[in-house]
Ligand binder design. Structure first.
Ligand SMILES: [Zn+2]
Length: 149
């Protein structure tokens, strides 16, 4: 038995709640993960869960690695299905393939620095910043490279 409804391609409060429930808390990096996954599904025109695979490139420790859980929730690429892998690297990026399509989504360096900095400004500032991340245009957050092989 397989899921028959495609993964959402838009950011909704329902998706965010699922992310928080899965991950245990909502943070800027988890939200980035949700948005990376949504951008990937849109770029690849992918259904989600199956016939898609992902490599995530980042330092494999929180808070950066919270991105991984956001990607798992939004795309259905999961550790259990072995269609997601993590490659320890500086920065935050993810590559996805689906059929003959490939996309690389990289968090812009200035955004990464901004996120790192916001943690020094207390919970209220972080919460407000997270609201901004939800609403920010994709092009402000990410550098996206797409190939149809
Ligand atoms: Zn986290």
């Amino acid at each position: 038995m397989r899921v028959e409804t495609p993964k959402l391609r838009k950011y909704t409060s329902e998706l965010e709640e699922k992310g928080i429930e899965f991950h245990g808390h909502g943070g800027p990096f988890m939200i980035i993960g949700l948005r990376v996954g949504l951008a990937a599904l849109r770029a690849l025109d992918a259904f989600g869960w199956f016939e898609i695979s992902c490599s995530v490139f980042l330092p494999w420790s929180p808070p950066d690695s919270c991105v991984i859980d956001g990607i798992q929730v939004s795309t259905g690429c999961t550790m259990g299905k072995h269609n997601i892998e993590v490659v320890e690297e500086l920065g935050v990026a993810a590559e996805f393939t689906s059929g003959d399509k490939w996309v690389r989504i990289q968090l812009r360096e200035e955004k990464l620095l901004e996120i790192k900095e916001i943690f020094d400004h207390g919970d209220d500032a972080v919460r407000e910043y997270m609201d901004n991340l939800v609403l920010a245009p994709v092009s402000k957050l990410f550098r996206i490279e797409f190939k149809n092989c």
